[in-house]
Design a protein around this ligand. Structure first.
Ligand SMILES: CC(C)(COP(=O)(O)OP(=O)(O)OC[C@H]1O[C@@H](n2cnc3c(N)ncnc32)[C@H](O)[C@@H]1OP(=O)(O)O)[C@@H](O)C(=O)NCCC(=O)NCCS
Length: 125
């Protein structure tokens, strides 16, 4: 399972792939992982908040509803009051995905990813 998510992560984030050990370390820190045939999501909850740590869909399967399904799945798994995440300002596909799923921009972190702003988004459940 961890090799599979690492392989998918490399396809989704070729510049910064995380290996299986990094996912194992996330699990040890309390993160939850769902990996399906064509996508993955990793999140961690503390008290009544959850953070989406990463999400990705195999490039050949984008636009097919996999990412929507993963976001909806974790809402069934968690009992938190809000979910938050960070996304690069120029990651238009991800921002559209989150907006369509009810996430709202609440803050920005200027120049967080090298020269690109990070947008903090939140969904209240
Ligand atoms: C982000 C990601 C998970 C979305 O998965 P997906 O299957 O493409 O999701 P969707 O099909 O819902 O596409 C999201 C929206 O972005 C649009 N879109 C896709 N590529 C786009 C682009 N380059 N520019 C603008 N919009 C784009 C889609 O048309 C869709 O818009 P719609 O809601 O109006 O139809 C996927 O693109 C991915 O794995 N990206 C690489 C990893 C990543 O960036 N993860 C998020 C980190 S915060």
């Amino acid at each position: 399972m961890l090799n599979k998510i690492a392989n998918l992560h490399k396809l989704c984030f070729p510049d910064k792939p995380w290996d299986a050990e990094e996912f194992a370390s996330l699990q040890r820190s309390g993160a939850q992982i769902i990996v399906s045939k064509n996508g993955f999501i990793v999140w961690r909850c503390a008290a009544d908040e959850c953070e989406i740590i990463t999400i990705g869909v195999h490039p050949d399967y984008r636009g097919t509803g996999v990412a929507d399904a993963l976001l909806q799945l974790i809402e069934k798994e968690i009992s938190a009051k809000k979910i938050f995440l960070e996304v690069a300002e120029n990651n238009h596909a991800a921002r559209k995905l989150y907006e369509r799923n009810g996430y709202k921009q609440i803050a920005t972190r200027p120049k967080y990813y090298d020269n690109i702003d990070a947008i903090i988004m939140e969904k209240r459940l």
